[in-house]
Design a protein around this ligand. Sequence first.
Ligand SMILES: Nc1ncnc2c1ncn2[C@@H]1O[C@H](COP(=O)(O)OP(=O)(O)O)[C@@H](O)[C@H]1O
Ligand SMILES: [Mg+2]
Length: 242
Amino acid sequence: MMIEKIKTGIPGLDEITNGGFIKGTNVLVTGGTGTGKTIFCTQSLYYGARDYDEPGVFVTLEERPDDIRREAMQFGWDLKKLEEDGKLIIIDAASSKAGVPTSEPYALRRGFDISTLAQEIYKATKEINAERVVIDSLSSLGIRFESLTAIRTAIFKIASLLNDLNTTSLLTSEITSRNELSRFGVEEFIAQGIIVLYLNEERGELKRSLVVRKMRFTKHSLKVVPFEISDKGIVILPSSGI
Ligand SMILES: Nc1ncnc2c1ncn2[C@@H]1O[C@H](COP(=O)(O)OP(=O)(O)O)[C@@H](O)[C@H]1O
Ligand SMILES: [Mg+2]
């Protein structure tokens, strides 16, 4: 079987993943709030589209697209330009979840449901021949008061769609404790790779680090490596290596 790798767009991460993400797989990016999951995904999608000619679809379920664009701009990532060039589509799934109107061109206009979301992802991916997809976050696919079974079914549906589309996908999952990998206990099973982001206290200061916890079909580092969010985005600090 041929294993094709694609660049992560995160300086230092290609080295510890032994060459990048494996093309066509789903990678779960998990961590507590503020650990950098959204920035990680935006960065990877941005450089994929800009430098490697791999168009991307960003599905946002938590933040409004304008907030994603504004946050990206801090790091010099002009998402609007990529959108205009047909290299990026941002699907606003956050507004319909919140029940507020949106003027975004790609949105779920008739309310939030998983089948509609799947259709929108399918259409957008085909429209620009997207090779990368971000779903931020899987945790938000669940609607309050819905059963755990319904949420798990939704996650499986989206994951199998991404498998069918053969995109390389980053799926975020928000966790509340260090001991868990996902909120609903299934996210880790639909992913061929898992990257965990941490924010831990060291002598009165929070320090960022990450680990590649799982990456099927390849060897990879198991070291917890420190990283920073600089004005250029996420950079893994030296001290890494396989
Ligand atoms: N320009 C910046 N420079 C440095 N750190 C930043 C910058 N912008 C945001 N951050 C950091 O990134 C965090 C948010 O990252 P985000 O990807 O939204 O986290 P998550 O999605 O995991 O909740 C902020 O809490 C802040 O610590
Ligand atoms: Mg986020």
